[in-house]
Design a protein around this ligand. Sequence first.
Ligand code: NAP
Length: 356
Amino acid sequence: MIDSRIPVAVLGATGAVGQTFIRLLAGHPWFRVANVAASERSAGKSYRDATRWIEGEMPADVAGLTVTTCDPSLVDAPVVFSAMDAAAASDVEAAFAKAGRVVLSNAKNYRMDADVPLVIPEVNASHLRLIETQRATRGWSGAIVTNANCASTTAAVAMAPLHEAFGLRTVFISTMQAVSGAGYPGVPSLDILGNVIPYIGDEEPKIEREMQKMLGRFTGSTVEAAPFVVSAHANRVPVENGHTVCLTLGFERKPTPEDAIRVLRAWTGDPIVRGLPSAPALPIRYRDEPDRPQPRRDVMDGRGMTTSVGRVRADTILDLRLVAMSHNTIRGAAGCSILNAEVLVHTGVIARGAGA
Ligand code: NAP
């Protein structure tokens, strides 16, 4: 039987996010994994031998693929999911875009470029049209689309409906970030077990700049950043998966907690995502329990794509406080990239049957 699904490649396929791609793409109705690529260390080995598989069973059809280096001449898939280490991503992702591939990247390198979409589809799918500007500016037949830092993603989803309704002005955020956010093997166990590390390299600056772009306004050819300021504290905690963020928010039009909860419950995000294979039924689940959300209990809600929000209450300094939590390697990385690619298929930017 001919498999008419779109062939896709995963760059950085051996790492924590790369493995999440492989798991989420197993049995995907539109995409099939055709190429896996990583560093010179892994190239030439079977995926089974190159990868220290973290969770569940490795999909059998990918286990036997040979890992290549991240070189467009060795990878024929038209759609490329990148879970590469940022240190190597700049040149490689540009080379793939130049070679006509649509690259969906998790690396930080291109996120803040004015012509590169930084997208959570429920929040700002319209920004994907920046691809037209990017192609005109850079002369690429392919494109680079990015998704945000995982903690920025958790917060941006929770803030999007509130910003839309009440206009954010001031954001204070303190994060409790899972160890899987540091990749594999990541943080040494003796550093993190029974401990909290109040520092994650380069994390606070990313959180302080990415959310304004995602919640910004698309003008037709550029994005005007949303006019709020962010102050961030980033902490690593001994949780396997799921970044929790405590937010204290100030608004242009001060909402009551009841107004905010009503808005959060009613929000379904951009309708363009409805019915797409990776879209959760609810992008936000508001929880009434006084002690939720919790990573252990809520991280797999919506197959890891739902952001859990709770504890909305009045604040003594700004207007509101709340807690949000979502899965960092799914909602905050691979799942978000795959949903971006599904929107691009749905809108015809990625051709169905491309390469089939
Ligand atoms: P990771 O577990 O350390 O994996 C890194 C991957 O990059 C591995 O497959 C590695 O291949 C590959 N790589 C390293 N150097 C390379 C090179 N010179 N050329 C080609 N490939 C190379 O990291 P991760 O947590 O999966 O993160 C991957 C990317 O996603 C990073 O940019 C990270 O910032 C971003 N991100 C991570 C998360 C998260 O929650 N973990 C969330 C959002 C974004 P080898 O196995 O061959 O070394």
